[in-house]
Design a binder for this molecule. Structure first.
Ligand SMILES: Cc1ncc(COP(=O)(O)O)c(C=O)c1O
Length: 429
């Protein structure tokens, strides 16, 4: 589809810019404060888990399969919590460690262990010189920030409709021993919402890394976060590993953050027997045990995978209309202009938006001036550098429907104005 603004005469373009400037000044006078920045559940979604707080009381039995949740011990996590996490990820319970509220903390600890103590009998990364991580982009800003905080070099990798560019991943992982990891969000990727194809998962499972301490950091944060049926199916990476006869290659992460109460749940890491034993030993230096009372309340509330599925349908019923609103507003506002594209995810928390080349920074800063907070432009790329300056992450869940609708009206005008300005500038150059 050709760019509408390019088809205008100079005077038509000037007229269009004047109309958009008028709309911008009207928005400015409204003093809006709207937030489409971070992937937070709406309070109605969090409220779905209020009964979790009633699972424990002063008269409750705190024993879970012979383990006292109300005392030290069981650093690997409460037995029923390991069982539930294992069921959700499709692995054996003894291959899962259950920790506290944030999977990001477990990811940090896993990287920290490789960096300071080394993994698989290899030298710690801090002694190895250059350490590189592959970052499918656009991707999750906090992943990239985590590895960057250790001085690890983040290298962007193209992310397509069915996963990262695997020819590039194989080439780099199998020939360059400084490549120690790759960040993956394999289901409903943050922010594009794509799910890796079976072929991509199988190619990951068959990797033959040049570095023995290379691992795939498989952040399955949105494993049960389907919005529509039929939902995307992700091939179980541990089944694929078994099929390929590969071991000690993957750390898989997830949490209850967007299942129950963000920041107040449990998170987990699953890996091979060797890797789990190594992580359990490493974690013992800084935690005696996780918060097992929280784990107990969670397993009593969530029970098993079937109940989790039912619970997640209630989340979907609240989140889906917000995604539909974003997509229908974008379609109505921008669909015929040939200046932008966006994803229509089947699950997860984000919509990924691409405007004209060189527009994203301008769109996000104009939206901020008009009171609409978006994720910083570039955040979805390592070091905040989107090479084409096109990508913007839209997080629809947190605002009310009314706020979201208003925020999109502003956003659409910002996109149009930035596209029209770019056209004007190119004519003036
Ligand atoms: C891909 C991904 N991983 C992890 C997280 C954070 O999870 P947690 O709250 O368990 O640290 C998020 C939050 O947006 C995310 O999008």
């Amino acid at each position: 589809m050709s760019n509408y603004y390019q088809s205008l005469t100079d005077s038509q373009l000037d007229l269009e810019l004047a109309v958009l400037e008028q709309q911008i000044s009207e928005f400015r006078s409204k003093n809006l404060t709207l937030d489409m920045a971070r992937g937070k559940p709406h309070s109605d979604q969090v409220d779905l888990s209020r009964p979790l707080l009633d699972m424990l009381s002063s008269s409750a039995d705190f024993i879970d399969k012979g383990v006292d949740a109300a005392n030290y011990g069981c650093p690997e996590g409460l037995p029923s919590a390991r069982q539930l996490a294992a069921e959700l990820l499709g692995v054996a319970p003894n291959r899962v460690l259950v920790g506290d509220s944030a999977s990001l903390s477990i990811m940090y600890d896993v990287i920290d262990n490789a960096f300071t103590r080394g993994i698989g009998g290899c030298e710690p990364w801090y002694k190895q010189g250059k350490v590189t991580f592959l970052c499918p982009s656009p991707g999750y800003d906090r992943h990239f920030a985590l590895t960057a905080s250790f001085g690890i070099q983040n290298v962007p990798i193209e992310l397509g409709e069915d996963g990262p560019n695997m020819d590039e991943v194989c080439r780099l992982v199998e020939t360059d021993a400084s490549v120690k990891g790759i960040w993956c969000v394999p289901k409903y990727a943050n922010p594009t919402g794509i799910t890796y194809s079976d072929e991509v998962v199988r190619r990951f499972a068959s990797l033959k890394p040049a570095a023995p301490d290379f691992r795939v950091y498989w952040d399955n944060a949105y494993c049960v976060h389907d919005l529509v049926e039929p939902h995307d199916e992700l091939l179980n990476i541990f089944d694929a590993l078994e099929e390929a006869g590969t071991t000690n290659l993957v750390y898989e992460f997830a949490s209850t953050s967007k299942i129950t109460i963000p920041g107040a749940g449990m998170s987990w890491v699953a890996a091979s027997d060797d890797d789990i034993a190594e992580l359990a030993a490493a974690f013992s230096f800084h935690r005696v045990c996780p918060n097992k009372m929280v784990q107990l309340a969670h397993v009593r509330f969530l029970q098993d995978a079937q109940h989790v599925t039912e619970h997640m349908k209630k989340h979907a019923a609240l989140a889906r209309p917000r995604f539909e609103l974003v997509c229908s507003k974008l379609e109505a506002g921008l669909g015929t202009l040939g200046i932008a594209s966006w994803t229509r995810p089947q699950g997860g928390y984000f919509i990924s938006f691409d405007g004209p080349v060189g527009s994203a920074q301008a769109i996000v800063s104009l939206a901020a001036e008009l009171g609409v907070k978006m994720t910083s432009a570039g955040a979805t790329w390592p070091y905040g550098k989107d090479p084409r300056d096109t990508n913007i992450r839209i997080a629809p869940t947190f605002p009310s429907m009314e706020e979201l609708s208003q925020a999109l009206d502003v956003f659409i005008v910002c996109v149009k104005y930035s596209a029209a300005r770019l056209e004007k500038q190119s004519r003036q150059a």
